[in-house]
Design a protein around this ligand. Structure first.
Ligand SMILES: C[S@@+](CC[C@H](N)C(=O)[O-])C[C@H]1O[C@@H](n2cnc3c(N)ncnc32)[C@H](O)[C@@H]1O
Length: 273
């Protein structure tokens, strides 16, 4: 099995395992994309049994991330982005959204999933301003110090995007510390964007988290509580409307599927650090 390297105690491999569902491919399936296998679709069917709103929640979380990038590029002129846990290429990717408003954006896309990295290199590495890195976000300094990243990112305001990725980290992987370490490496005036699956119901949190861990062979963290996500923003200046449901963060009128059940939701915010 060819390996690119070892980081965060988890091997970053280029081997695509189609016997175990992958978070990237399950998410792709729930978003309505085409890059997934039978195991991923079967895993999504199981997830939908305990979390029937999964399609709506994922699509609303994705739509939030796209609105956040639009806001940062259009209203704050942000030209640099690091997309931690990019997933498989989307219909509208960060550099494509940003360049509607700023010229020559620079974007580093990071993922641990070999298929996300391989497809990302084919689709997202369009020019000198975009780079796809196979890396583990639990070691953010490896990302910032990568010899391909160093010349790409200048010392200027940068947006660190954590779209639906921090709930993939266990408590032992210290997601709050990951966010803090990233914040330390960013230039003054930078931004952090977070969306995270949350639930008010302890039973739902446990059931969904246990199922996702089982389905993905342990590559999953936890559905958390709202306050835990809000704590990631401690010491920042939140943009209006603060940390909120994905559906309520600056809606732009584009239609998303309504959320029929309330077992979980996407909890989101954008802040200047
Ligand atoms: C649910 S997808 C989110 C995709 C995208 N950020 C969005 O919001 O639409 C989560 C992605 O995070 C990646 N991921 C999970 N744990 C990771 C880690 N430790 N390091 C890097 N990527 C990770 C998964 O492979 C997956 O592609």
């Amino acid at each position: 099995m060819p390996a690119e390297g070892r980081t965060g105690g988890r091997e970053i491999t280029s081997h695509i395992d189609i016997s175990t569902p992958s978070i990237a491919r399950m998410y792709e399936y729930l978003l309505g994309g085409a890059e997934h296998y039978q195991v991923d679709r079967e895993a999504c069917a199981e997830l939908l049994r305990v979390a029937p709103s999964a399609v709506s929640v994922m699509r609303n979380s994705r739509a939030f991330l796209e609105r956040a990038v639009r806001c940062l590029a259009a209203e704050h002129g942000v030209t640099q982005y690091i997309d931690f846990g990019v997933g498989l290429p989307a219909r509208e990717n960060v550099h494509q959204i940003a360049r509607e408003y700023v010229s020559e954006p620079r974007v580093v896309y990071v993922d641990i999933d070999p298929m996300a990295v391989a497809h990302g290199r084919l689709v997202l590495e369009e020019d000198q301003g975009t780079l796809v890195l196979g890396a583990d976000i639990t070691r953010p300094n490896d990302v910032f110090d990568d010899p391909r990243v160093v010349p790409l990112l200048q010392a200027r305001p940068t947006a660190a995007l954590f779209g639906s990725v921090l709930h993939c980290l266990s408590d032992e992987q210290r997601p709050a510390e990951v966010v803090a370490q990233v914040r330390e490496r960013l230039a003054p005036g930078s931004f952090v964007v977070i969306s995270h699956l949350v639930s008010d119901d302890e039973h739902d949190r446990r059931e969904i988290s246990a199922l996702m861990a089982e389905l993905t062979g342990g590559r999953w963290g936890r559905v958390r509580q709202r306050a835990e996500v809000e704590a990631y923003f401690a010491g920042t200046r939140l943009l209006e409307p603060g940390v909120t449901d994905a559906r309520e963060w600056r809606p732009d009128g584009r239609l998303q599927p309504p959320q029929g059940t309330d077992e979980w939701t996407g909890w989101c915010g954008v802040a200047r650090i």
